[in-house]
Design a binder for this molecule. Structure first.
Ligand SMILES: [Zn+2]
Length: 87
């Protein structure tokens, strides 16, 4: 009778450890997915007027030019854009 009790106890313990391992392995992945999702959603998309690429406003390089606001994907695009405008 006692042996059956111990068997059940270890079975429960083993199951619990497996559950913890499973939780440990799956939780960081879920958090990562959620993080990626929210990164895509957050912020508006803006267009780089030089190369035509769309990028999140948060990652864009902002430029105020003659009362207008432009957003660029890189410093290079910003420089080229200003070069074109100043020709
Ligand atoms: Zn660009």
């Amino acid at each position: 009778m006692i042996r059956i009790f111990f068997k059940l106890f270890f079975l429960f313990l083993g199951g619990y450890i497996l559950y913890l391992v499973y939780k440990f392995l799956t939780e960081p992945l879920n958090k990562e997915k959620e993080g990626k999702k929210s990164e895509v959603i957050k912020g508006d998309l803006v267009k780089d007027p030089f190369c035509g690429i769309f990028l999140p406003k948060d990652h864009a390089i902002k430029l105020e030019y003659k009362g207008e606001t432009f957003y660029f994907c890189s410093e290079n695009c910003k420089t080229k854009f200003l070069e074109e405008k100043n020709k």
